[in-house]
Structures are given as C-alpha cells and as structure tokens.
Design a protein around this ligand. Structure first.
Ligand code: AMP
Length: 192
C-alpha cells in the first residue's frame, strides 16, 4: 500500500498532481479542501460551520478535519491500494492526530512529498486559477495572502515533524505539468 501526503503551499499544484497519481496508480484521493467545499455546496450543518472560515483563508478546526479524515479512512481502510492526502495534515496537531489514526487502523505513511514552488509563482498561479475555477477563496488578493501566511506559520513546521521520521521528500514543483508529474512518479516508484 502506498500512502502519500502531498505537501505544499496553496497553488503549489497538489490537487493537479494528486489527480495524476490517482489515475496512474489507482490510489484514493482525499482532499480535505474538496470535502469541505462539497459540504458547503450541500448546505450541510458542517458546511455552514466552515464556510466563513474558509472564505477568510483561515484553517478550520483540527478536530473537525481529523474527524472527516477518520471517517473516510475507516470507510476505505485496507481495501484501497493506497491514499493520497492532499491539503492534510496542515498543522502539527493534525499530524500527531493523523499518526494515531493511522496506527489504530494498522496503516502507515510511505512518504510526505513537498511540491516546492517560489512564493512569487504561487501568487501568479492562484490569481490565474481564480479566473478559471470559481473558488471564492482565490478571488480576493487579501485572502490569497492570508492563505500563504497561514501556510508559512502553521503548515510549514509540519515538514520538520515528518523529516524527523525520515518521511519527508521535496521535489521541484516548477516547470510543465508533465515535468513535475515525472519527478513525483520517480519518488512514488522508489517507494517499497
Ligand atoms: P485547499 O483546497 O486545500 O486549499 O483548502 C481550502 C480551505 O479549506 C483552506 O484554506 C482551509 O480553510 C480549509 N482546509 C482544507 N484542508 C484543511 C485542513 N487540513 N485543516 C484546516 N483547514 C483546511
């Protein structure tokens, strides 16, 4: 089983590369952002709870995110070939909770793979995406900056948590989609 965390700032290409990995290796793609947006679209209680937090570019609570990941993992568990976690974990509390969750299910991570993209390019990409997809949190430049700041403050420290476990790898996230996908595949194929 290959369980991969795709790590990186907003706009680093996690969703795009996750879709490619899903296709190529038959892994289950779990994007917490997509799951939360689906709840908002359904107008569920959970969706109502997170809508304004997401619109401000802040993180929703660790408990809530851990609960939705737990539910998905319990549903698919060992029957899957593996999982791609996209946009999760985003805080140290999530990373620690995730370890407990994986252990409890007899699962473990294969790699935490960061897509490395310079900040100037992130902003350009997110602004471009705002014109293509209708994501409310991409449209306002102040919210974009907030999301990058949250990443630097709360999410970037998660890298050293996994580095200490020998799980962290970084690939160059610039260039064409095919070039980036080839770098990602090289790492995935090197996994046991
Ligand atoms: P994303 O699609 O991954 O960029 O996520 C969009 C928004 O959903 C984020 O700005 C957060 O408000 C929320 N979100 C997604 N994943 C998480 C997470 N793991 N922890 C907290 N908030 C999250």
């Amino acid at each position: 089983m290959k369980n991969i965390v795709l790590f990186g700032a907003p706009g680093s290409g996690k969703g795009t590369q996750a879709a490619r990995l899903k296709e190529k290796y038959g892994l289950v793609h779990l994007s917490t952002g997509d799951m939360l947006r689906a709840e908002i679209a359904k107008k569920s209680d959970l969706g109502k709870q997170v809508e304004s937090i997401m619109a401000q570019g802040k993180l929703v609570s660790d408990e809530l995110v851990l609960a939705i990941i737990r539910e998905r993992l319990e549903k698919r568990g060992a029957s899957a070939k593996g999982f791609i976690f996209d946009g999760f974990p985003r805080t140290l509390v999530q990373a620690e909770g995730f370890d407990g969750l994986l252990n409890g299910l007899g699962l473990s991570l294969s790699v935490v793979l960061q897509l490395d993209v310079p900040e100037s390019e992130l902003l350009e990409r997110l602004q471009r995406r705002a014109n293509i997809q209708s994501r409310a949190d991409d449209k306002d430049p102040a919210v974009l900056k907030q999301r990058i700041a949250v990443y630097n403050e709360e999410t970037a420290p998660v890298a050293s948590y996994y580095d200490k476990q020998g799980l962290f790898k970084r690939v160059d996230g610039t260039g064409t989609l095919d070039e980036i996908a080839a770098r990602v595949s090289d790492v995935v194929e090197s996994l046991a």
